[in-house]
Design a protein. Sequence first.
Length: 285
Amino acid sequence: MPDAPSPTGFLLVDKPAGPTSHDVVEDARTRLKTMEIGHTGTLDPMATGLLVLAIGRATAILQFLEWDKGYLGTAKLGVETDSLDATGKILATRAVTCTADQAAAAFKALLGTRRQRPPMVSAVKVKGKRLHTLARKGKTVERPERTITVSKAEVVRVALPEVEFFVDVSSGTYVRVLAEEAGRALGCGAHLCALRRTRVGPFKVEDAVKPGEIDVKRLRPPAEALAHLPEFALEEGQAQAVAHGRVVRWTGTGLVRMTRDGKLMAVGEGDGKVAKPRRVFPEGL
């Protein structure tokens, strides 16, 4: 009897508070009987919400996904911690003298593009070492800033000293840094005391499964992850050329889904004249 085909697709998991993202990945490997699993961004143990896992051959398209994300967060004003969230050591406490309207305005002001420095407790690597590993040793190093964009910033509830807020942010944004920034603007400091990821690109947490419900039948087609890209339906001759890595005529620019009979044959990139395959899937995804 031939071996069962390896599972391929995207798995949406609603992570509870407590487990690490790695714990969820390891559980998925056991339940799906595959080691080939990637992800589109981890969540801290205290955070809940959407983890998007790429399974099997779907991992090959992760390099083309720079999705924005949606978060529902709660910040506590007047308390600063060394981790910028509720898991850290309290560094300072200050009186919260602002009004509810002033607090709401500070969080709405997060909207826009700015430079952001990753916190020391993040998983970012500096000179080959993860920042949180250095932080546990009591070390602080210079971290390169990155450009981030907050495309939506809405205040859901103000019950001082807490502010519940929703943000849509670019990939790589640290919401705890945004909360700290708002607290600093209010003059009392703040830390993130709760966080839930509600969206990753086209995927929503409402469509996710609990860790105990992980099953191969829950996988989403890889093509769903690339639905935001224009589609180039290949003719037979073009499909053969693409399968061998050759360019084909296409007047579009940027990344493109190259399909044949509904299957993803390649992810290409156009320059206005031709499209060059960046990653080919000869058997289709």
